[in-house]
Structures are given as structure tokens and as C-alpha cells.
Write a protein that binds this ligand. Structure first.
Ligand SMILES: NC(=O)c1ccc[n+]([C@@H]2O[C@H](COP(=O)([O-])OP(=O)(O)OC[C@H]3O[C@@H](n4cnc5c(N)ncnc54)[C@H](OP(=O)(O)O)[C@@H]3O)[C@@H](O)[C@H]2O)c1
Length: 263
């Protein structure tokens, strides 16, 4: 199937490593024209160079902290300038710190709110005029399976992801009449640097090893393994693409059957 992404102008945030990088890689392989973002100028420039070298795609690195309002707006503006507009946006960033309810004060909750929820709002708001000007405007938010099934020791993430998927569903309903599409992916445990960090924290709490925790996560999925970042990347590329033209408001779990609910 041709995803019809060739030449499409797409911004992917949080893309120097992990899930965001894997999304950018699949989009670059499909011939999209990309702007990619992360906080650190050097690592996002290196990621862009790697993608250009591997795929020959046009990839513009745009440093900025999308959890901060001025940066979120500036990143979208620079992406539009570099690409001459926007057809697609993938909203992604790092996750909030692990921990339980009584571990966090208001300041930490507010930082998590900006990092895991409000950044979607700010990026989408800034990108809307350009997406409206495109005849294919499409957004995919990277959230978490924790929006459906809370994960232990991740109270900040669990709470913000639920809000994020509610936002995406609402936008799909509000802006669908204009032809704009909004979808979200809900990754389960996928092998990235962040996951290694989280499982190291869990192992430390439980007195186990990272390997023990990875094996436990693998056993918890129907497929008996953790996900690979490119598997999430392919799901995002499809939802974003014109090939998914009749899909909007979809909250797609990509988790190998580790979620056990019916809907
Ligand atoms: N991997 C999983 O299994 C999994 C499962 C469910 C949900 N998630 C969620 O999916 C997202 C990505 O996960 P991941 O595993 O790919 O994380 P990761 O390996 O930590 O990668 C995060 C990426 O986002 C960038 N980033 C972090 N904070 C940013 C900010 N404020 N502004 C701009 N860029 C930022 C990082 O680069 P810089 O540090 O240079 O900014 C990096 O490129 C996270 O929110 C995570 O909680 C992941």
C-alpha cells in the first residue's frame, strides 16, 4: 500500500531518540519532508544527519523545549518556514518522572502537566493555521497505554495521558467538519532509552534487576515480547497518512496485547 506520504511536510517533536526518532525514520523512508525537534541542539542535529544519510530525505533539526510555551510556538513556526507549510504534526516529548501519588508536590504536577499534556495543546494550536491551509491536515499524538490501564508508579503519566486522549478525541469531533484529522497512539512497553531508565527505577525499588523487569514486561504481553520503536513508528505513519483518510478520533493501542480490556 502506498501511504501517499511522499513530499508531505511533517513536524515530529521529541525526535532525537526513542519513539519520536523511529516515527521520523519511517516517515523519512516514505519520502516525507521533515522537521524534527528535541531540546538539545547537538543531538537533534546528529539525528537529522543520520536520517538524511540513511534515507536521502529532507530533514531540518529544530531545537526547543516543547513543554515551554514560547519554544512550542517557535518550533512550529520554524518548521513551517523550513518546509513551506505543514501537512502533518506528531506531538511527542519525554515522559514525567516515575513515582506514587504522595511523592509529588504541586510544582512537579504542574511540570508534568506542561510536559505530558499542555504541550499537545500548544503545538496543535500553533500548527492549526498551517494544517488548515493544507488539504490533508493530520495530527497524531503519542500518549501511552496508561490512558486505558494505569501503570504502577507512574501516577503523573497515567493522569496526563488520560487527559491527552480526551483532548484528541474532542479535537477530532470539533475540527473534523473542516477535514482535519486527530488520532493518538497508545504505546505499551517499547524498547527505548526511557524504558530502560524506568525499569531500572522499578528494579531498584523491588530489589530485582533490569533484565528481570524486562522479562516480566515481555511476559505480560500476548506476543511475549516488548515492542520495537519502528513498530510504533509504522502505526503513527499510517494514521498520519492520506491512506488513513477516514480514520479520526482513533486511540490506537500499540502494545502487543498487554492491555487486557475489551475496549
Ligand atoms: N517507550 C515506551 O515504552 C513508552 C510507552 C508509553 C509511553 N511512552 C511515552 O512516549 C514518549 C516517548 O518515549 P520514549 O521512550 O521514546 O522516550 P525517550 O527515549 O526519553 O525519548 C524522548 C525524546 O523526546 C525528547 N524530549 C524530551 N523532552 C522534550 C521536550 N520537553 N521538548 C522537546 N523534546 C523533548 C528527547 O530529546 P532531548 O532530551 O534532547 O529533549 C528525546 O528525543 C514519552 O512521553 C513516554 O512517556 C513511551
Amino acid at each position: 500500500m502506498d501511504l501517499q506520504l511522499h513530499g508531505k511536510r511533517i513536524l515530529v517533536t521529541g525526535a532525537s531518540r526513542g519513539l519520536g526518532y523511529a516515527v521520523a525514520q519511517v516517515l523519512a523512508q516514505e519520502g516525507a519532508r521533515l522537521a524534527i525537534n528535541a531540546r538539545h541542539a547537538e543531538t537533534i542535529a546528529e539525528a537529522a544527519a543520520r536520517l538524511r544519510a540513511a534515507t536521502g530525505a529532507e530533514v531540518h533539526p529544530i531545537p526547543g523545549d516543547v513543554s515551554q510555551a514560547p519554544d512550542a510556538t517557535a518550533v512550529v513556526e520554524q518548521a513551517q518556514d523550513a518546509l513551506g507549510g505543514l501537512d502533518g504534526l506528531v506531538t511527542n516529548a519525554g515522559g514525567p518522572p516515575p513515582g506514587r501519588f504522595e511523592d509529588f508536590d504541586d510544582a512537579t504536577w504542574f511540570r508534568a502537566f506542561e510536559l505530558a499534556f499542555l504541550f499537545h495543546v500548544r503545538l496543535i494550536r500553533a500548527a492549526l493555521p498551517a494544517l488548515r491551509a493544507s488539504d490533508l491536515g493530520s495530527v497524531v499524538a503519542i500518549t501511552s497505554i496508561s490512558a486505558k490501564q494505569p501503570i504502577q508508579n507512574l501516577v503523573l503519566s497515567n493522569t496526563m495521558r488520560a487527559a491527552a486522549v480526551a483532548l484528541i478525541k474532542t479535537l477530532a469531533l470539533e475540527l473534523g467538519p473542516e477535514g482535519l484529522r486527530f488520532n493518538a497512539v497508545l504505546p505499551g512497553w517499547t524498547r527505548t532509552e526511557r524504558v530502560t531508565e524506568l525499569l531500572a527505577y522499578r528494579a531498584q525499588q523491588k530489589g530485582t534487576t533490569v533484565e528481570d523487569e524486562m522479562a516480566a514486561q515481555a511476559r505480560a504481553s500476548a506476543l511475549g515480547r516488548m515492542g520495537e520503536p519502528e513498530e510504533l513508528g509504522r502505526a503513527v505513519a499510517f494514521l498520519l497518512s492520506p491512506a488513513a483518510a477516514y480514520l479520526t478520533g482513533v486511540l490506537l493501542p500499540v502494545e502487543g496485547g498487554s492491555y487486557k480490556g475489551l475496549c
